[in-house]
Design a protein around this ligand. Sequence first.
Ligand code: PAF
Length: 284
Amino acid sequence: MLVHTIAEVREQIKKWKKEGLTVGLVPTMGALHAGHKSLIDKSVEKCDRTVVSVFVNPIQFCPGEDLDKYPRTLDEDNKLCEDSGVDIVFAPSPKEMYGEGHILSNDFLTYVIPPYFYVDKLCGKSRVGHFDGVCTVVNKLFNIVQPDFAFFGQKDAQQLIIIRKMVKDLNIPVEIIPCPIVREDSGLALSSRNKYLSAEEKEYALALSKILFNIKACYDKGVTDVRALTETAYAYLNNRHQLEYLEFRDENNLEEKTTADDNTRVFIAVKIGTVRLIDNISLH
Ligand code: PAF
């Protein structure tokens, strides 16, 4: 069932809760691919009812980012959800989510702001305010859907860590279920933004997963010095790659590592042409 209003979702959720059914939420910005499908399948398997939200959240885009050209494919998304056993596809308009306040000015919106330590690094460094927008919309979705479980991909690992922190700090009664990254056979992590890549750029994009797999292989052979592990990356990069970051951090609290261990996650962001890609790998 495709619904566009908060009131319709609330009405349905109320009925399900009365019947004692568990609810899973898969928050998305649409342009669904096999990565999203894996989250949806997990929710459908685990929960009595599944809600997928499809909302290109304007307040998590920074000035100059791809808000206007972000792929919007609601008909296809709705079909994929229907075929996968989703009970509600919630596709609100920006006005439904934020009212006129947002459209006129962000200054009139109440935000959920994650701790500075979690957002002053990795993607938060170049995307200032991005995680405020993510936490605000995810918090709103939790309030609207009141899910027992919410499913997030590890592809956006910093986002996942920040959302877990928000849920813990604000005592939100939902269990966050992390889901593994889905990759093409080539190793490329699935992303809605892969659609922007030309065939040639897609070849260059393989550097991200190659770098991460190689670092993991070196770690498995006993190399733990982060400087030595970082140096292995340069063989995969050329002047078509603009490396934004390659960082080793604790996968629970994002503290920097100088010696890698089993709690380390390696994060990478690279711009190829105008397309910014991210990927990561856990070393355990
Ligand atoms: O990961 C995403 O697609 C978005 O950041 C999310 C969690 C749906 C919030 O808009």
